[in-house]
Design a protein around this ligand. Structure first.
Ligand SMILES: Cc1ncc(C[n+]2csc(CCOP(=O)(O)OP(=O)(O)O)c2C)c(N)n1
Ligand SMILES: [Mg+2]
Length: 430
């Protein structure tokens, strides 16, 4: 039994003896920090006896130190090629509007990572995409709400010039300056600091930014795609489809406003390169932790949150194997997600790593069967189609949406596929 002083004035906080374990994530959830958190209540509990977390969050996050925000802006004004790098912190802080205002007012190109993708749509002229190539051309950085982790070369050479000034804004002080020296570190809520910046920018002042810089940064998206696709030209057309061809076909046929959930190895790497994020959260994936197997759960959540938005999960067959039975959940809850499986009959990225390092004889435990996942969809009460040619992708997707059911499009892809775009990234240290 809890001692009496554990009671709140009106109601006991925790009365049920059955409530015996709360996931640590739930405690973090209650701190008011914005960000992902999980909460699990094990065992039966008496709902009336529990004060569920509500009215517990700060509604407005803390602004940054104004003197530091001024310093940050001074650095950016003097730069020839300043780059804004934004991440999930902007999404969690609901900083979409402030970000749009800042980008429009300054004309500064923006590299968008993880959940920040799509706030400035990839097809917007000031979008520098998500792929970090423009970083190598920039001479100053404003990093807001994103970790400088391995997916962005830790913010270091060869991606970021080490003598380029870096301003880093983060709600978590421990993220600031963690992987590289920085010039100005601002602890604050992403939306609040953007608002402070916007107020200062509205006050006028000159900018030294090169006029052609935003177009160069934006052009890097198409340049990256063209370079990756160059791999396709040399291929034997008789081979099964390359995942890049699948992504190109999806890029053409998926509705602009669709939510694209990405999960897998090589197939996911191609998906995030080729699919545009055009709405906030428009391309959702696991980000830096890289844990595969989340696709179905993410897609189900996205469809529940946005019942009228088309949701497509683009997954490797391996990743699907980790969570595929959640398709049954989608059927039971009538969530018409469309799952596109890039089926190379294997844990492709891992298998190719074995081959590249140690040769064919080292391919161990990474082949999967040529399983027909579309048949699984039908067995579970959904819609299923199998596709082998790029030109058949769009009609299959259309029929899947028309069915109104959860659907699986099983796409046969090349087990031999590889691309310099995922094996030769100089900032990724394997
Ligand atoms: C939970 C988890 N287990 C293992 C890995 C290591 N891993 C990275 S890519 C990959 C292969 C993924 O295969 P698949 O989903 O079929 O995608 P493909 O590379 O074949 O396109 C594995 C096992 C991981 N990232 N996460
Ligand atoms: Mg695979």
């Amino acid at each position: 039994m809890l001692p009496p002083y554990f009671e709140s004035p009106g109601k006991r906080l925790v009365k049920s003896p059955k409530l015996y374990w709360i996931d640590p994530g739930l405690w973090r959830y209650q701190t008011g920090y914005w960000g992902e958190a999980s909460g699990t209540l094990l065992e039966g509990y008496d709902e009336d006896a529990i004060t569920f977390p509500q009215n517990y969050r700060v509604t407005v996050g803390p602004p940054g130190d104004l003197a530091l925000v001024r310093q940050a802006l001074d650095i950016l004004r003097k730069a020839r090629r300043p780059l804004l790098v934004v991440g999930s912190g902007v999404w969690w802080a609901h900083g979409e509007e402030e970000l749009r205002r800042f980008v429009e007012a300054t004309g500064m190109p923006v590299l968008s990572r993880n959940l920040a993708r799509g706030i400035i749509p990839d097809d917007h002229p000031l979008s520098a995409g998500f792929y970090p190539a423009p970083a190598s051309m920039a001479d100053a950085f404003l990093v807001i709400g994103t970790r400088l982790d391995w997916t962005i070369g830790y913010g270091r050479f060869p991606l970021f010039a080490m003598d380029a000034p870096v301003v880093q804004v983060d709600i978590h002080p421990e993220s600031i300056g963690k992987t590289r020296p920085i010039n100005v570190g601002i602890v604050g809520d992403a939306a609040q600091v953007l608002r402070q910046l916007n107020e200062l920018v509205a006050g006028g002042g000159s900018w030294a930014m090169e006029t052609e810089w935003p177009a160069r940064a934006h052009g890097s998206i198409a340049a990256m795609r063209a370079e990756t696709a160059a791999d396709l030209a040399a291929r034997d057309p008789a081979r099964p489809m390359h995942s890049i061809q699948l992504m190109q076909a999806l890029a053409e046929c998926l509705p602009r406003e669709a939510i694209k959930v990405v999960d897998g190895g090589y197939s996911a790497a191609f998906a995030i390169q080729y699919l545009d994020a055009c709405i906030p959260g428009g391309v959702t994936w696991v980000g830096s932790t890289g844990h595969i197997g989340v696709g179905l759960g993410f897609a189900i959540a996205a469809q529940l949150a946005h019942p009228n938005t088309p949701v497509v999960a683009i997954m490797g067959d391996g990743a699907f194997g980790l969570c595929g039975m959640e398709f049954d959940t989608a059927v039971r809850h009538r969530l018409p997600i469309v799952v596109v499986i890039a089926n190379d009959a294997g844990w492709g990225e891992t298998r190719d790593g074995q081959r590249r390092r140690w040769g064919d004889a080292a391919v161990i435990g990474t082949n999967l069967g040529p399983t027909r996942y579309d048949e699984l969809a039908r067995a579970l009460g959904g819609y299923g189609e199998h596709v082998e040619r790029p030109e058949d992708v769009a009609p299959a997707i259309r029929r899947a949406f028309d069915s109104g059911l959860p659907a699986i499009i099983d796409v046969r892809t090349d087990p031999e596929q590889r691309s310099a775009a995922v094996t030769g990234l100089p900032w990724i240290v394997e």
